[in-house]
Write a protein that binds this ligand. Structure first.
Ligand SMILES: Nc1ncnc2c1ncn2[C@@H]1O[C@H](COP(=O)(O)OP(=O)(O)OP(=O)(O)O)[C@@H](O)[C@H]1O
Length: 255
């Protein structure tokens, strides 16, 4: 599905508690977060601060203990599992640290998987995936299986798979964690540029400040809360954005 300029992911009052008292862990503790349409956002923070849990809740992989995540008018947290799974397939793309490609399938079929799952005819899915691989610099590698690719190439196939269905948002959990630094930088450049070209929002969990630098905005987490809002407020105070001039009313224009 194509990204729409109205796409915005709005999370409010998210809590996630794993386990039961007295051994319960409060992994998210009242998180409010908005991902703007087309924005790239990095989530950073120490180990155990709740980054992956937040990513999973934002992406509808995990239903929160309380709170809401609204996407295209639907609260993911309140949806039945089947609808949430369907929405993940059509609207979201995913890139994981290890790629999670299917080892027995060639690159082009790995990249085409979301289209095939969505019922796109095979020839069309393969043609679209071939074009996507070409766009990401993997022309000529379509027939290689994951074991015949370098780590960086395999991660590009994973990015092709995440983007091939033109999702509204791509979620990436430590997408460069298994790569050396130079390869990781390349992969991040490819990911952010391709997402931006599509108008797709990007949410990246990372430990690496070099990775976060590729994103337009970074929030930091600590003990299940976002504590990076202050940074954003300081940045906003340091560089005030002037109010736009009031435009003349367009003749019969819709907004
Ligand atoms: N399935 C689970 N069951 C119980 N506790 C969990 C579970 N998943 C995560 N936790 C706990 O929730 C807290 C947040 O974990 P989470 O994986 O979200 O943190 P993180 O910031 O992504 O960590 P890391 O950077 O190490 O991957 C941690 O205290 C963790 O031990």
């Amino acid at each position: 599905m194509n990204a729409r300029t109205s796409d915005r992911l709005v999370a409010r009052g998210l809590t996630q508690v794993y386990g039961d008292s007295p051994f319960a862990t409060r992994a998210l503790d009242g998180v409010d977060l908005t991902v703007e349409p087309g924005e790239s956002l990095a989530i950073m923070g120490p180990s155990g601060s709740g980054k992956t849990t937040l990513l999973h809740v934002l992406a509808g992989i995990l239903a929160p203990t309380s709170g809401s995540v609204v996407w295209r008018g639907e609260d993911l947290a309140a949806l039945p599992d089947r609808r949430r799974t369907q929405l993940r397939r059509t609207d979201f793309g995913f890139v994981f640290q290890s790629g999670r490609l299917l080892p027995e399938l060639p690159a082009v079929e790995n990249a085409a998987l979301p289209l095939l799952l969505a019922g796109v005819p095979r020839a069309q899915a393969v043609a679209t995936a071939t074009a996507e691989l070409g766009r990401l610099g993997l022309g000529g590698f379509e027939g290689r299986r994951p074991g015949e690719l370098s780590g960086g190439q395999a991660q590009r196939v994973a990015i092709a798979r995440a983007l091939v269905g033109r999702p509204g948002i791509v979620f990436a959990d430590e997408p460069t964690g298994a790569l050396d630094q130079a390869t990781g930088q390349d992969v991040l450049t490819v990911l952010t540029a391709a997402a931006a070209a599509n108008g797709t929002s990007l949410v990246v969990v990372t430990h690496d400040a070099g990775v976060a630098q590729h994103c337009e905005r970074t929030v930091t987490m600590r003990d299940g809360r976002i504590d990076g809002e202050l940074l954003a407020a300081r940045a906003a105070a340091a560089t005030p954005v002037p109010a736009p001039p009031v435009p003349a009313a367009p003749a019969g224009g819709a907004t």
